[in-house]
Ligand binder design. Structure first.
Ligand code: ATP
Length: 231
């Protein structure tokens, strides 16, 4: 169910998913622009005129409005959308007011940015489906890279991660199926990039080489430990 009846969006046209992004600070802006890049239609809402002006023409629609007003959200047809992101952070009161309105509208998928654990807890208790902690998550990700044990780290869920790291020389020349990595480390090598090649899905027959970069998935602790063992 994707209805697109607000402003100039043509409901008859076969259109991609429409997403509303409420709050166009650094996080909201970068998210909204990436959604546009990915072919979504984006309704951006922010209380600040200058912010809205700066995004004019870059989003499908961008509107100056106070999103804590039910009337405003109804006028913008927000209750008809399937996906909304609340990207208001530091104004926790506004974040909670918008949250309660969207939950009342029964929007099927709501993402909300939290700036702290208590903020996130409140959003979860209210019933938000996806709470994201951009600062905390990015901090953890960069910490792993700074320590040099990983080239990249993405926590896919609270207890499952994907890690990009270099192959431990001890595994050079070893067929993945014979490496015992899964049994010993409880992680799976999902993809491999040889020094002069491109990324390829890993199979049991993939032979690791010194200098290869690998993508490893598994429970966060095990994935972290495995990456440390390669450095
Ligand atoms: P970021 O780190 O993404 O820059 P922030 O947490 O520092 O965000 P916030 O103060 O949370 O910044 O605001 C993000 C954006 O949300 C701002 O551009 C702000 O104008 C907008 N905003 C805040 N309250 C409302 C509201 N009630 N209605 C619409 N927009 C709002």
């Amino acid at each position: 169910m994707a209805k697109h009846r607000f402003f100039g969006i043509d409901p008859a046209r076969s259109s991609p998913e429409t997403v509303a992004v409420i709050g166009l600070g650094r996080f909201g802006q970068s998210l909204a622009l990436e959604l546009m890049n990915d072919g979504a239609e984006v309704l951006g809402i922010d209380a600040r005129e200058d912010v809205v002006q700066s995004l004019n023409g870059q989003l499908t629609h961008v509107v100056t409005a106070d999103a804590t007003s039910e009337q405003v959200l109804r006028q913008l047809s927000v209750p008809e959308l399937d996906r909304v992101v609340i990207a208001i952070g530091s104004d926790i009161q506004a974040s909670i007011l918008v949250t309660s309105l969207l939950l009342r509208f029964r929007i099927p998928q709501i993402w909300a940015k939290a700036v702290s654990e208590p903020h996130g807890l409140i959003l979860e208790q209210l019933g938000i489906h996806h709470v994201v902690y951009p600062e905390k998550d990015m901090g953890r990700r960069v910490a792993h890279m700074v320590l040099g044990s990983m080239q990249d780290f993405i926590e896919i869920d609270t207890d499952f991660a994907m890690v990009k790291t270099e192959v431990n020389p001890a595994y050079a020349g070893v067929r993945l199926g014979d490496s015992g990595i899964r049994r010993k480390h409880e992680v799976t090598v999902s993809a491999v990039k040889h020094r002069s090649g491109s990324w390829q899905a890993a199979t049991e027959d993939t032979v690791l080489q010194a200098g290869d970069t690998i993508l490893v998935t598994g429970p966060t602790r095990q994935a972290e430990r495995f990456a440390r063992s390669t450095s």
